[in-house]
Design a protein around this ligand. Sequence first.
Ligand code: PCA
Length: 199
Amino acid sequence: MKKLLLTGFEPFLNYPVNPTMQIVEELHGLEIGQYKIYSEVLPVDFNKSGDLLMEHIHAHEPDAVISLGLAGGRAKLTPERIAINVSDGAADNSGNVPVDEPIIEGGADGYFTTLPVREMVNVLKEVGLPAEVSNTAGAYLCNHVMYRALHYANQQRPNMLAGFLHIPASHELAILHGSIPSWSHEDLKKGVVTCIKVI
Ligand code: PCA
């Protein structure tokens, strides 16, 4: 059976829970489609998350990597098309505030995902879940880990699929936060499982 490294993130900024964390923990060890799931939760830390992701890739030697992140404010499931070689944005959980920094000095400007994002979106809609391909993963931690995985695949493991799925807030988070659209936890999880079945 093939191996899938599935990552989520811890809470960050003004989001006191991160639905991606609970989803990856619940899917850990399951067999979905062609893949056995190996889940890991990453810190929201520009200095740690990329290296930890690399450690998990070396430990699990996955055939595919899907990283999940919360996109508070988005109303659809949004598989990401591209990661860019920039870190920029609000303070991470350790107080780092990178400004226009390259993720990899001298690295490619960007990498397109190697996940079948168009097919994912089509199948998500077929099963009744709103979805669209996103053309920006931002320049915060989600873009950071997506870039690191794709850069590594490009340089060392061309057969390893890699990419990123941004998800909306859960109802639990929306109640705590106050002003963002939200989905049920079950629908968010169904969306992730659906994407895994597509690859
Ligand atoms: N979302 C953030 C970082 C962690 C997360 O879940 C992002 O979109 O960059």
